[in-house]
Design a protein around this ligand. Structure first.
Ligand SMILES: Nc1ncnc2c1ncn2[C@@H]1O[C@H](COP(=O)(O)OP(=O)(O)O)[C@@H](O)[C@H]1O
Ligand SMILES: N[C@@H](CCOP(=O)(O)O)C(=O)O
Length: 308
């Protein structure tokens, strides 16, 4: 259960008194999630999600909270944070930075997305990328090429010869590309199936913006397609790719150069998550519930891109 910080009823009442939400009716810890403490909260005014941030600092959080507000106000389905009496999204609760969000009341994560769900997701991501370059705040990608190198050095001693060669060669391959001329903006950077809630063909919400950063838009599309459109053996499901890609491009047509570097981007996105999974596998984050995800999946996705 991912409740790292227990919130007592009195503490929550005191916290809620800074918002105009009526009295507290009930609240309950949320089992899902890995990093933060989350509670469902019901007040007279409605249903909310309370998040206590276990890792991000008060200095870092405004980027994410203002981004979610901006996106929700520009028709991206995501939870809008609530402002308190001082018009601030961020408060402290039990010694942790904390915020309240609108609760998304429908939908669940899909394991095997249908073609229609892929199409809807592509449209949503394309729309996200149309508006995200106009978001005024900036945050660099902390999981970019510099991080790849450092992380590779950490995990290389644990890999067998074939994996180590693959990793070294992919890093070498990627350093040939600087991607200076590609369109940029804010990217979600982790739009996996478990971060989107669908009810049938309705995309109810996109969650978990805490890897969001300013980077190449095409990279975000590659991250998304690697997760949403892949068979268990790592091969892309061309039908799902085509429909997600096409609906994305209807919103934001790609440049000729983006088409050219698309295969490189799929490899970069696979490398990034192979590395983070290897790191979590060999160096589990202390104090965190680890639903450790298998690095082999992303090694296979990378190999499949290299061989296609
Ligand atoms: N605004 C929301 N509305 C509905 N459910 C939410 C909302 N925010 C979080 N959740 C639920 O809480 C779970 C954990 O949230 P998430 O942001 O993924 O946590 P973590 O950052 O700790 O991994 C989600 O999978 C979802 O079920
Ligand atoms: N989507 C990623 C995991 C996201 O990272 P976390 O820090 O939220 O666990 C993956 O599947 O590897």
């Amino acid at each position: 259960m991912s409740v790292y910080t227990i919130v007592e009823r009195d503490q929550l009442n005191a916290f809620l008194s800074h918002y105009n939400l009526g009295t507290l009716i009930s609240y309950q810890g949320i089992n899902a999630g890995i990093v933060n403490t989350n509670y469902f909260v019901t007040t007279q005014a409605g249903e909310w999600v309370l998040t206590l941030f276990e890792q991000l600092s008060c200095e870092e959080l405004p980027y994410f909270l203002k981004l979610m507000a901006y996106l929700a106000e520009h028709q991206v389905p995501c939870p809008h944070p609530l402002a308190d009496e001082t018009n601030c999204y961020l408060r402290q609760l039990n010694g942790k930075p904390a915020a309240l969000f609108e609760r998304i009341l429908c939908g669940q994560a899909v394991e095997q997305p249908t073609l229609t769900q892929c199409q809807i997701l592509g449209t949503a991501l394309g729309h996200f990328h149309i508006i995200s370059p106009h978001f005024p705040l900036y945050r660099p990608n902390e999981h970019g090429p510099h991080w790849w190198k450092i992380t590779a050095e950490r995990v290389l001693p644990y890999l067998n010869t074939a994996e180590a060669t693959l990793l070294r060669e992919e890093l070498r391959f990627q350093t040939q590309y600087q991607h200076m001329d590609l369109p940029r903006g804010v990217i979600h950077a982790d739009l996996f199936r478990d971060n989107a809630l669908f009810e049938g063909d309705k995309l109810c919400g996109i969650l978990d913006f805490y890897y969001a950063c300013n980077d190449v838009l095409l990279y975000d599309l590659a991250i998304t397609i690697n997760d949403w459109c892949t068979f268990p053996d790592g091969r892309l499901d061309e039908q799902r790719v085509q429909i997600l890609f096409a609906s994305y491009c209807e919103q934001r047509p790609l440049t000729a150069f983006e088409h050219e570097v698309w295969p490189v981007m799929l490899r970069a996105a696979a490398l990034r998550f192979w590395l983070s999974r290897l790191q979590d596998w060999y160096f589990p984050r202390p104090g965190e519930l680890t639903h450790t995800k298998n690095p082999v999946e992303f090694r296979e996705i990378l190999l499949s891109h290299i061989n296609s």
